[in-house]
Design a protein around this ligand. Structure first.
Ligand SMILES: Nc1ncnc2c1ncn2[C@@H]1O[C@H](COP(=O)(O)OP(=O)(O)OP(=O)(O)O)[C@@H](O)[C@H]1O
Length: 257
């Protein structure tokens, strides 16, 4: 990846008074499939703290694999990922996944109430969240107190996605990984989630890496966008500069999406 591209990322670091600096360093990250096909090929990128990074690229280019490699849902074949300078392979997987929370395209809620779901992570560590703490987490995910006692079956997909977000936030993550988190949602639910993500970045300095097929969404909320093609990062740009991307796939992708 060109040095120039990396500079875009570092320039996007927050000017909101929160601590800046590199949060995630990805070094020569390579992932090979069982059939010996390279899914990620020597990916290098520094992701600053307090930035929303959008990841785009054609289907099969390795976006989900990249995301899953950041919290060891997929183990790399070679290369490394450093979180605050510490190789994630040196961290206990459970504590890594608390620090680096993840949301998927479709939310899966556990049995029980919304409050049970939100309490789940802290409970595994022996901590019972008070009602007030649960309400605060719901509010962070833009859900009012009426959701507290509801069950998953009573929720729309958009509401369930926000409950899944509140459940992730209960673990006090420093990084959020989002794999097309709004692709199954209507425009209003999408906007709710986008607003929450921007607030988490601005108020808490959270680092957010989001795969999205929507260029418009990337342009609405991302600070930088990273284009993956055939398992390689070929461009890192500010969202409003996407039309200036030099890689031929970028133009095709822009026209089709
Ligand atoms: N568990 C797996 N085992 C083997 N190959 C896999 C596995 N998961 C994904 N792949 C392959 O890795 C490549 C990248 O897949 P990945 O899901 O990361 O792409 P993507 O860019 O997220 O695609 P999409 O936009 O369609 O979700 C694809 O060729 C896919 O077939």
């Amino acid at each position: 990846m060109a040095d120039e591209a990396q500079e875009h990322l570092l320039e996007a670091a927050p000017e909101n008074g929160l601590q800046g600096g590199v949060k995630i360093e990805v070094r020569d990250l390579t992932k090979v499939s069982d059939k010996d096909v390279r899914i990620l090929n020597k990916v290098n990128v520094d992701i600053p703290r307090g930035v929303i990074m959008g990841v785009i690229g054609p289907s099969g280019s390795g976006k989900s694999t990249f995301l899953r490699s950041l919290n060891r849902l997929w183990e790399p074949a070679s290369g490394s990922v450093l979180l605050d300078g510490v190789d994630i392979c040196e961290l206990d997987v459970l504590s890594l996944r608390r620090k680096v929370g993840m949301l998927f395209q479709l939310p899966v809620l556990f049995e029980g109430t919304v409050a049970d779901n939100v309490r789940y992570g802290p409970q595994l560590k022996g901590k019972k969240l008070s009602d007030g703490e649960v309400y605060k987490l719901l509010a962070l995910a833009d859900l009012d107190s009426s959701f507290y006692g509801k069950s998953g079956g009573e929720l729309s997909v958009g509401q369930a996605q926000r409950v899944a977000l509140a459940r992730t936030l209960a673990n006090e993550p420093e990084v959020l990984l989002l794999d097309e988190p709004t692709s199954a949602l209507d425009p209003i639910s999408t906007q709710n989630i986008e607003d929450v993500l921007v607030r988490l970045k601005e108020d808490r300095g959270m680092t957010i890496v989001m795969v999205s097929h929507s260029i418009k969404q990337i342009q609405r909320i991302a600070d930088v966008v990273c284009l993956l093609v055939n398992g390689e990062i070929v461009e890192i740009l500010e969202p409003n500069q996407l039309s200036e991307a030099k890689h031929p796939m970028a133009q095709t992708f822009l026209q089709l999406s």
